[in-house]
Design a protein around this ligand. Structure first.
Ligand code: PLP
Length: 411
């Protein structure tokens, strides 16, 4: 049973007042608020057993190790991974995508396929590698919907050499809110022995994500968008791919032995990727976030967000041609966010007024999709409300009303 009142009570930040009045938080595509069990897990780590995992024999260290690995187990189970060794902790999706790219030989013969609506964390590195002559890059035009057809993927993949390409796509776009058909694309990629890396930054927090059903090879997630603490994410990968993946950072805890002259024995995944002391508190609290989402049920989260989307889209339709938003028009086909083009009104100015006058917190700008905004001539950027499990239909209506008042004043 999805009880929004109870859920809201789990998130203390929702009850912060600004100038003595309540706030509306709709910037969850950037950073989600944190429920009490996650805050408690962090506090427990820092007050009761602060230590490093896997190294020292004392009680604090044993407790840290136990909870650190338990978080990995929970995460693996949550995404239906075959084994917890397939989960590698990173600091965010960006780091996970960069780590995933270490599968490449970088000898100039391989192709990376991405799409034009990609987040900078899933395009800048590829542009950088192309400029250095290390890969060939194909950026497919996702158009205004942000979704390429299966024929477009097939045609692009047909031009790649078998086994010499990596396709790196977002399951859900952070600007168009559109969702791609991951298993259908995976089939096309695997028929030609390519590697499919999924950017799940905007899907994992909102949908049930099952890596077996999706049939991808690598998947990147930010836990801070999914009720987890800031600065923690993970890369999931099929184990045989993680075995072939080169570590990005080397150091303590990645090796079982080192001798001079130059002899290194690397540890197997995931240890070979987790060099140096880790964000133990963050990982343990990420485990609490997984427990929290699991207790609510991802299908319930998704259904609630579809309801919020419906209210938002109906409200936005009322503006007629004063505004437009990117992506699909059916709430069922999109995530609960919208990048809104204010047709000449500066979105930053509107975001500041929403904060100043209405206590509504959201984001304006390019949302780290500069290339996509430029491709659509949206050079001023867009205004982006993004809703999550703790938002109410009433809050969405208040946002729509406030936006209407500001547009009337500024136009
Ligand atoms: C679709 C998408 N991919 C990647 C990222 C990068 O996430 P992070 O900044 O947590 O690494 C984001 C963040 O907004 C995103 O929305």
């Amino acid at each position: 049973m999805f009880d929004i009142k109870n859920i809201r009570e789990d998130f203390p930040a929702l009850f912060e007042l600004k100038d003595g009045r309540p706030i509306i938080y709709c910037d969850s595509a950037c950073m989600s608020l944190k429920p009490k069990p996650v805050i408690q897990a962090l506090t427990d780590y820092y007050t009761k057993f602060t230590a490093c995992a896997g190294r020292s024999p004392h009680m604090f260290s044993r407790e840290t190790t136990k909870r650190y690995e338990a978080a990995r187990e929970k995460t693996a189970k949550f995404i239906n991974a075959k084994n917890s060794s397939e989960v590698v902790w990173t600091k965010n999706t960006t780091e996970a995508l960069n780590l995933g790219s270490m599968i490449l030989k970088l000898d100039g013969t391989e192709t990376i396929i991405a799409t034009s609506e990609s987040h900078n964390s899933n395009i800048v590195k590829w542009m950088f590698l192309e400029n250095a002559g290390k890969i060939k890059l194909k950026v497919l035009d996702a158009g205004e919907t942000g979704i390429c057809s299966l024929d477009t993927f097939s045609a692009a993949i047909d031009e790649c050499q078998p086994g010499k390409f990596l396709v790196s796509l977002a399951q859900v776009s952070n600007v168009t809110a559109g969702m791609i058909d991951v298993p259908a694309i995976a089939k096309i990629i695997h028929e030609k022995e390519g590697i499919f890396q999924l950017d799940a930054a905007q899907s994992f927090p909102h949908l049930s994500v099952d890596v077996q059903k999706l049939d991808v090879d690598l998947m990147a997630v930010s836990m801070h968008k999914a009720c987890g603490p800031s600065g923690i994410g993970f890369l999931w990968g099929k184990y045989h791919i993680l075995e072939r993946l080169h570590p990005m950072i080397l150091g303590g805890e990645t090796v079982s032995d080192v001798k001079i002259p130059n002899t290194i024995k690397m540890l197997p995944p995931p240890a070979k990727f987790e060099a140096g002391l880790q964000n133990y508190g963050g990982v343990i609290a990420a485990g609490a976030a997984i427990d929290y989402l699991d207790s609510i049920g991802m299908d319930n989260v998704h259904q609630h967000e579809v309801r919020l989307s419906k209210v938002m889209l109906e409200g936005l339709e009322e503006f007629g041609d004063k505004i437009s938003y990117l992506g699909p028009t059916r709430a069922e086909d999109r995530a609960a966010l919208a990048a809104i083009d204010l047709k000449g009104i500066n979105p930053h100015e509107v975001a500041i007024l929403l904060d100043d006058m209405y206590n509504i917190f959201l984001r304006s700008g390019y949302h780290c999709t500069h290339a996509f905004h430029h491709s659509l001539d949206l050079d001023q950027g867009t205004l982006r409300p993004s809703w999550y499990l703790y938002n109410t239909e009433e809050e969405v209506k208040v946002f729509i009303e406030a936006l209407g008042e500001i547009i009337d004043t500024l136009s």
